[in-house]
Design a protein around this ligand. Structure first.
Ligand code: CDP
Ligand code: MG
Length: 702
């Protein structure tokens, strides 16, 4: 046995007596199981003389959660095994209770942590907040969280909720994850890209660090796969306490799922018994719109009050917590997929499921990754329905036909690793020294084509040399918590005397949308945006907005008057300083050119091209463009401020809604493409139209 374990063993013995007293005090009606399991509480973890009233209130509730019945079994199992797989229904208490059981089991030594990963930012914050309350601590002290660009923790932190992406980043600086005694990969069934990579990395670390423990937690029953991957790790099943859920289908396919969703909510509210409603939609704009429309219907129909609450990842934290508040009137929560398994909301009795979610797809041939609204899987549909039966028998209204459910929906969503552009992950793996990607222990190996494309992209970006070795630029790129395109653009900018400007643009692109378009004030908002519009395009408009924000002293009133989102701008500002620190760390200069020189905007735009040369579109006719490489016909998104139709543009996003749109668009010159990305445009594998356009322009350029 390692020394560290002996240490904690001794500590536990000392702690026993004290704990016995406390346990009887705290848990007035706890079973003997709880008492036994509680004997091991770590001595070094601060104990309070008195706990708040709320602590005891919550404790009573916690003890009713299904995982508490298995506390002792669980603790015994983790003590005996290095890897444990735990499955349980959503709401059984996995995310909030298991990390506390780990601490109670004495598995965390002083100065070390239990880290719990979450695929979603909102879940990481919200759960950390909840658990700090459960333990009667201040959030950010003993219990903290870490998501991209935002960390709330202290030297005292022994329990940290973090996005899987952040743990992956941490592993770059700390390859054995030495700050952790226990790692919990939560929501493993989601099979996000970062979780899948962590599986492989941690599996390897476990061989080298026998003192490290891993708990894999999941909501659905893919457990066998996890057990097999972790070579016979034992499984602990938490029996759910689901009530029956009655499922309704529509008789024929709905033409407009939003309209159908609103209608269904209103019908439930009118005719069904009390109980809250949960509606699954796909994104922020759609959700805000639908909330407003439901409220209007309720008002105009003079129905009983209904509290409509949006839930999506970029929602500010104080608004997110509102979904957990109990209110007198019926609640209707309109949420993205996040409420499917990541967040449990008590009191839901009715679920409205239109059957869609936003999903990443990647086409390795054209190298285009897009976020598309697509039908969900059967497994997802069943998870969604399950949300209705937590408190009492519930109802789920599927806004599609039973035939569609049976015949059209796939069994399970494909793991993200099979649907993603892997450039970012491959760069991180190379930085970690994993050079033999083909033999990396993936749970589901990506198609070789996707890996090759990722290497190719990194090569075009200058992150890899001809031998496939990481270049100096590549090493620095890996340090930025950004997509490789953005980090390339940043590195390039210090050589082109515009790093201050590119920092701003990158930060603005990484923060939530700063432009507000309130439903009742759209025209005014659009007119106000025009004041910031830059002649050459939207990237430069973002720069104008940020400058104006700083010039006006970051004043919230000024933001409000100009239809700008103050919170998003503050966030962009904070992201900007974090990125600036990384640049400085690598001795890359923070510089600006002369605003009055002709080169000023040209340099900025060349940097955009240096990063995003794979996102270029060429004018075809009138207002129609085609994207270089994959030849999609696209038009400018209505939000663009670029009123001209330049021959070549660079875009930040491909959006597919009712039309193929490109969003955040800026005018560029073809010559810059051949100047900053010669390897890319001289490829032989381009399709015909792209090849012709390039050939013609290359000749013309010469
Ligand atoms: O992870 P799992 O879905 O198994 O459950 P959990 O997230 O640990 O939630 C267990 C219970 O904690 C929920 O049913 C809620 O009653 C409560 N909870 C809460 O009140 N507020 C949160 N932010 C999270 C959980
Ligand atoms: Mg959970």
């Amino acid at each position: 046995m390692s020394k560290r374990k002996n240490d904690s063993g001794d500590t536990n013995k000392k702690a026993m007596k004290k704990q016995e007293l406390e346990t009887t005090e705290i848990s007035t009606n706890s079973s003997t199981t709880d008492n036994k399991a509680n004997l091991n509480i770590n001595d070094w973890i601060p104990k309070k003389e008195t706990y708040s009233k709320r602590y005891y209130e919550i404790l009573e509730k916690r003890k009713e959660l299904p995982v508490w019945k298995q506390k002792e079994d669980f603790i015994n199992m983790v003590k005996k095994n290095q890897v444990v797989v735990l499955v349980g229904e959503t709401g059984s208490g996995k995310t909030t209770q298991i990390p506390q059981f780990v601490v109670d089991a004495g598995l965390i030594s002083p100065g070390k942590m239990v880290g719990v990963t979450q695929p979603r930012r909102v879940a990481a914050i919200s759960v950390a907040k909840r658990v700090s309350e459960e333990m009667d601590f201040e959030l950010g002290q003993e219990v903290g969280y870490s998501i991209r660009f935002e960390e709330l923790s202290s030297p005292k932190t022994f329990m940290k909720y973090l996005t899987d992406g952040m743990l992956l980043r941490e592993s770059m600086g700390d390859p054995t994850l030495s700050r952790y005694d226990v790692i919990i990969l939560d929501e493993a069934h989601e099979r996000t890209l970062s979780t899948d990579i962590l599986f492989g990395l941690i599996k390897d670390i476990l061989k080298r660090r026998k003192d490290l423990k891993l708990i894999v937690m999941s909501a659905t029953l893919e457990a066998g796969k996890f057990q097999k991957y972790f070579e016979g790790a034992p499984l602990i099943k938490v029996p759910g306490r689901l009530h029956p859920v009655e499922i309704f289908y529509t008789e024929k396919a709905e033409r407009d799922y939003l309209e159908a969703a609103i209608r269904t909510v209103v019908e439930i509210h009118k005719h069904e018994d009390e109980g809250d409603i949960l509606v699954f939609l796909t994104g922020e704009e759609e959700i805000e719109d639908t909330c407003a429309k439901i409220q209007r219907e309720v008002r105009e129909g003079r129905l009983a009050p209904l509290k409509c609450l949006p839930l999506y990842s970029t929602l500010p934290i104080y608004q997110q917590s509102k979904i957990f508040d109990s209110v007198k009137e019926r609640k209707c929560i309109v949420s993205t997929n996040i409420a499917e398994t990541s967040l449990t909301i008590d009191g839901i009795v009715y679920v409205v499921d239109p059957g869609f979610s936003k999903q990443k797809t990647y086409n390795p041939r054209s190298r285009v990754e897009s976020l598309l609204v697509a039908p969900i899987s059967k497994a997802s549909a069943n998870q969604r329905a399950g949300r209705a039966g937590r408190t009492r028998p519930g109802k789920c209204f599927r806004l599609y036909t039973e035939k569609a459910f049976q015949e059209d929906l796939i069994q399970q969503t494909y793991p993200e690793i099979l649907r993603s552009n892997l450039a970012s992950v491959v760069l991180q793996l190379l930085k970690l020294g994993v050079t033999d990607l083909v033999h990396f222990d993936f749970m589901d190996p990506p198609v070789p084509d996707t890996l090759i494309r990722a290497l190719e992209v990194l090569h075009f970006l200058g992150a890899l040399d001809d031998e496939g070795q990481l270049t100096k630029v590549g090493t620095i790129m890996a340090e930025f918590p950004l997509d490789p395109q953005l980090s390339k653009m940043l590195i390039e900018s210090s050589e082109r005397s515009c790093s201050n400007e590119i920092l701003t643009i990158s930060a603005m692109l990484s923060a939530p949308n700063v432009f507000m378009r309130p439903k009742d004030n759209r025209l005014e908002a659009d007119a106000s945006k025009k004041n910031f519009d830059h002649f050459d395009g939207d990237h430069l408009t973002l720069l104008n907005v940020y400058h104006a924000f700083k010039k006006n002293g970051e004043d919230p009133t000024w933001c409000y008057e100009n239809f700008l989102n103050h919170r998003a701008l503050k966030q962009a500002d904070s992201v900007r300083s974090q990125l600036a620190r990384i640049l400085t760390r690598f001795k890359l200069q923070l510089v600006s050119g002369d605003v009055n020189s002709r080169q000023y905007y040209q340099n900025i735009k060349k940097c955009l091209v240096a990063g995003f040369f794979m996102q270029v579109a060429k004018l075809e006719k009138k207002n129609i463009y085609f994207t270089l490489g994959d030849e999609q016909q696209v038009i400018f998104h209505p939000s663009t401020g670029l009123t001209r139709k330049p021959e070549w543009v660079i875009y930040n996003e491909f959006v597919l809604t009712s039309e193929n749109y490109i969003r955040t668009v800026t005018d560029i010159k073809f010559e810059w493409l051949s100047e900053v990305a010669p390897g890319y445009i001289k490829q032989k594998s381009f399709p015909k139209k792209t090849k012709e356009a390039i050939q013609r322009n290359l000749k013309y350029t010469k």
